[in-house]
Write a protein that binds this ligand. Structure first.
Ligand SMILES: [Fe+2]
Ligand SMILES: [Fe+2]
Length: 172
């Protein structure tokens, strides 16, 4: 079985929309991850669940790093130094990205080697911690950060942000 990442974003004419599409996708995938670890804990490993582990590893490895780069290289530079409130948020959100990546590390090594998982309760705990830190961050961005950003950026800047994001995919 082959695993490949399908980019949830297909239209890069609006960088803010790219971010929103990723948030929706990451929230949905987070729920699927929780369902998977619950089933593993209750019923143990199977070939299909092992494939779901590897698929989740493939998804998050690509989606998290691309999404953080989209924000840190494509969006944040366009809104920095415009208000102390937004600058404070940028600092906090960038630190969140590091925390999310740390929470992902141990879980990632397990998901990529499902045959070596020997502690399903521990895996469930790690997945719940990762999903929680990621979900809280996504909600903070949706509710507190994106609304003022949408007011600040016109169509031209949104197009510019989308162009940077498109370039990030050419390089990677
Ligand atoms: Fe973020
Ligand atoms: Fe985000």
């Amino acid at each position: 079985m082959e695993f490949h990442f399908t980019d949830p974003a297909t239209d890069f004419s609006d960088g803010v929309r790219v971010i929103q599409v990723y948030h929706e996708d990451l929230l949905t995938r987070g729920q699927a991850l929780l369902t998977l670890v619950d089933t593993l804990r209750q019923e143990g490993m199977s070939e299909s669940r092992a494939n779901q582990c590897i698929d989740a590893h493939c998804y998050y490895t690509h989606a998290s790093s691309l999404h953080h780069q989209d924000e840190e290289k494509g969006l944040f530079p366009l809104v920095v130094d415009q208000s102390p409130l937004i600058d404070g948020m940028l600092e906090r959100l960038t630190l969140d990205h590091e925390e999310i990546e740390e929470a992902w590390e141990t879980l990632a090594s397990w998901l990529s080697n499902p045959e070596q998982i020997n502690d399903f309760p521990r895996m469930q705990t790690l997945a719940r911690e990762f999903e929680k830190v990621l979900r809280e961050h996504l909600i903070r961005e949706n509710e507190d950060f994106l609304p003022p950003v949408e007011k600040l950026l016109g169509a031209k800047q949104r197009l510019e942000a989308g162009g940077i994001m498109r370039q990030l995919r050419v390089k990677s």
